[in-house]
Every structure is written in C-alpha cells, then in structure tokens.
Design a protein around this ligand. Structure first.
Ligand code: SAJ
Length: 434
C-alpha cells in the first residue's frame, strides 16, 4: 500500500491463539509487542523459541523475533492496536459460570497506556456483553478519552470483538484463510478493526456489532456440541439394541440432507465442551437443548467407562491396552480429554492390568501415579494385550491391519476399524455386564 503506515500492535496473552496471532501480524510487517504474565514464556519467545506445540509456529516465531518484529514482555507499552487473547475459564463456583476476570485485567492494563486513535480488539471467547463491559471499565479508568457508545461526538478510541475459529494443528493456516466476524461496538469501530484484519487475513471479514460477534463464536461451538451429542446418543441407543452405530450413520448420511457427526468417548478440548455453557449462563431458562447436549456428551464418558469395565471384568487375567489419551486425533493436547478420563478411571479400577498407548505423550499424566497402570508402545500392546480399547482416532492406530488385531477383543469407541470382526463387541460389553 502506498503511504501505508503500519500500526504498532500489542497482543495481550501469548497462548495457543495469542502467540500465533502475534507472529502472523508481525509477518505482515507490523511491530508487535507480545504481553504475557509468565516470565518463562516471555524469555522463551525472546530467544526465538516457543512454549506450545503447533505446526510451523517455531520457524515463524524464530523468523519474526530475529527480524525484530516480535518482542515479548511482561510490561505493557503504548501501541496503536491492542489485541486481547487471554483465557476465559469457568468460575470456581461449580456452576459453569464464565470468569472474565482475565479479560478485565487485560483491559485495565491497556487502559493505562491508551491514547486517542487506538483500537482495542477482544479475541477471547466471551459471554455476550463482555466487550461492552470492557469498554465501560476502560471508560471509567480514562475519563480523559471519549469511548464508543458513550459519546455523541466522534470517539477517541475504537473497540471491537473479533473471535478466531481456528483448529489446533492447523492454526497458522486457518488464522490466515478462515472467514472472520468483526463486531464493532459501533459501525465505525468495526471498520477500524476490519482495516486491521485485512492486513493479515485472506478469508472474508464480515462486519457486525460486538454482541452478535460474541454470540456467533459461542453458537459455532454449541452447534457442534449439539450435533456430536446426537451422534453420541445414537451410539448408546445402538449399544442397547445391539446395532452397529457406524453402519447406521453411514447409511443415514447417504440421505442428501442428513449429515450426522461421529460418536466418540465424549467431547473434549477447551472450546466445544466449555462455550455452550456460556450461552446457558446468559439464558438459563431458554437453553434446555444446549444444556442437555452437554450432559449427553459428558454422560458418554461414563457410559464408555461402564462398558469398558464390563469388558475387562469379562476377561480376567487378560492384559488391556487403552489406545490414546489426547482429546482428539493426532495432537499432543490432553487437557479436558475424555480418553484420558476413561483410561484413568480404568487404571484406578483395574490397576496393573491397564496399559496405555499414547505416542504423543512422553509420560502418563499425574492421575495415573500409584494406579499400577503403565505406558507401553503400540507394538508391545499388539503383542501382549488381548483387550484393546480405542479411545482416540490417531492415524497411527487407524492403519493397524486387521491381521494384527483379529484375535483380540476390541471396544472401538471411535469406529476406526470397520473391518473388525464382530463389530458389535461394543454391544457385547453391555451384554457381558448384564
Ligand atoms: N468430536 C467428536 N465427533 C465429531 C467431531 C468431534 O466426538 O464428529 C470430538 C473430538 O474428538 C474432540 C471434540 O469433539 O474431543 C472437539 O474437537 P473438534 O475437532 O470438533 O474441535 P476443537 O475443540 O479442536 O476446535 C473447535 C472448533 N470449532 C468448531 O468446529 C465449531 C474450532 O473451529 C474453534 O476455533 C475451536 O473449537 C475454538 O477455539 O473455539
């Protein structure tokens, strides 16, 4: 662009979203200050290294740090654009209430260095109304500045909500290529944020208001959760009726307007299993479906533990292998993982009979300590274990040929081996229990 003055950018929070975002903005030529509360994270990034696993991120961060475009710090500094990407976990009240305190703490920091002409963008998944709350907080801290929606005159600063929708393992590609919703507190704020995202997003950027953009992000993940719950409920019905759920779904999906998702041992990760509750918290009486979907998906984990237990008990003395701990295929992320929950529950019940195969884990998580369960490699599992419980659809498991598993008792919660003889061993698990 002729005469284009690139804004200085500050990204608050250098986690799974913040760091790749900071790196991509820096690659577009902006000077980026990355802010994090952890000195370890800051030091790692300033050495040109990374503290998280993500495809191609190490080379990108190394390059932009070396070119002086990305610098990390624990101290905020004046910038032209602020991007807030901090966590929004549940509050510790046991009721799945969103905790936006990290967002408000970030906004407080930003307010201290804010000046006329700046743009503040919230990216964290947030309950509807958070961007307004953030604006109100900053307006209270900076009475010298005019804030959007609070003045009839032209405001001094722009504020917008712009969620990401990237998939772990494909973050850099999806940050660049996915379409984005750009929700301004006012249309003018949306236009300011749009001009910023156009610098590094190739996907279509669609402008809207901040509350609609907040809800859109939650709706995307709740939509998927409800649809996975349908598949998981079908799998439990199929178990009861002695049917092969995978076959039924395959056949139903041949209908031109049916597209059922895949059942599994439950729904994990920090987005799909969390965000639907943010909608429920905002409208508890209007969300029986979303709440039930959450409960069905959580209930599936307990169903899998019960069936797997029945299978293990029905084969006394036989060694058991749980295949996978990650929350989904081909990643090393074990947080909120149903596979991890199931394997650990079995380890507590059956101790040393349980073996865990997880090529993406260096060691077993803490909750396995003292259970007697151990981590073994896949070859050993195939040689020594007579019962296989498939919990994650890692590619390395999918390609195991029938010859290496035909003599085994298999409970395949992901449907990765359709050629397994007696596919309804899963159902047999239930029959054995009764
Ligand atoms: N799962 C099933 N059956 C399916 C699909 C998924 O059981 O048919 C399970 C997975 O095994 C996993 C969980 O659901 O346990 C979530 O996996 P995922 O791959 O569907 O999604 P995430 O959590 O990695 O990322 C989601 C994405 N949202 C949507 O697809 C609507 C991603 O685009 C979002 O950016 C991300 O949440 C986020 O950060 O919110």
């Amino acid at each position: 662009m002729m005469g284009d003055v690139k804004p200085d950018v500050c990204v608050v929070g250098l986690g799974y979203i913040g760091l790749p975002t900071a790196a991509i903005i820096a690659r577009a030529g902006c000077k980026v200050l990355g802010l994090d509360v952890s000195q370890h994270v800051v030091d790692t990034i300033n050495r040109g290294e990374i503290h998280i696993e993500e495809v191609d991120l190490d080379g990108l961060v190394h390059g932009v740090v070396q070119r002086g475009l990305l610098r990390a710090s624990t101290e905020i500094a004046p910038s032209d654009v602020f991007v807030i990407a901090v966590p929004t976990p549940f509050a510790k009240d046991g009721h799945h209430t969103p905790d936006i305190s990290y967002v408000l703490a970030a906004a407080t920091q930003v307010a201290a260095v804010l000046k006329a002409g700046d743009t503040v963008i919230l990216e964290s998944t947030s309950p509807v109304g958070t961007t307004d709350q953030m604006r109100d907080l900053m307006a209270g801290l900076r009475p010298d500045l005019k804030f959007p929606g609070k003045t009839k005159e032209t405001p001094d600063v722009s504020i917008a909500y712009c969620p990401e929708r990237v998939l772990p393992g494909r973050i850099l590609e999806e940050l660049t290529n996915n379409d984005r919703s750009i929700g301004g507190i006012t249309p003018r704020c949306a236009r300011k944020a749009l001009a910023f995202y156009k610098r590094f997003v190739r996907g279509t950027c669609v402008t809207t208001d901040a509350r609609s953009a907040e809800m859109t992000k939650l709706v995307e993940n709740a939509y998927r959760d409800v649809n996975i719950a349908f598949a998981n409920e079908l799998s439990m019905v199929a178990d009861k009726m002695g049917l092969d759920v995978w076959e039924v779904i395959r056949l139903a999906n041949r209908h031109p307007r049916v597209n059922i998702l895949q059942p599994g041992p439950g729904v994990g990760g920090h987005c799909i299993a969390v965000d639907p509750w943010f909608i429920v918290a905002g409208a508890p009486d209007e969300t029986p479906l979303i709440r039930t979907a959450r409960n069905v998906n959580d209930g599936k984990m307990h169903h899998v533990v019960a069936k797997a237990s029945a299978l293990v008990e029905a084969h006394p003395g036989v060694k058991v292998a749980c295949l996978g701990l990650a929350f989904k295929a081909n990643i090393d992320d074990f947080r909120e993982s149903p596979a991890r929950y199931v394997a650990a529950s079995l380890a507590r019940k059956f101790g040393a009979r349980i073996n865990v195969v997880e090529p993406y884990a260096g060691e077993l998580p803490r909750e396995f300590e003292g259970t007697g369960a151990v981590q073994i490699d896949l070859d050993t599992a195939l040689e020594e274990c007579g019962v296989l419980i498939v919990l994650v659809d890692h590619d390395v498991f999918k390609v195991i040929p029938l010859a290496e598993r035909s003599g085994k008792v298999v409970y395949d919660t992901r449907g990765i081996w359709p050629d397994q003889p007696g596919v309804d061993v899963a159902a047999a698990g239930l029959r054995l229990a009764s």
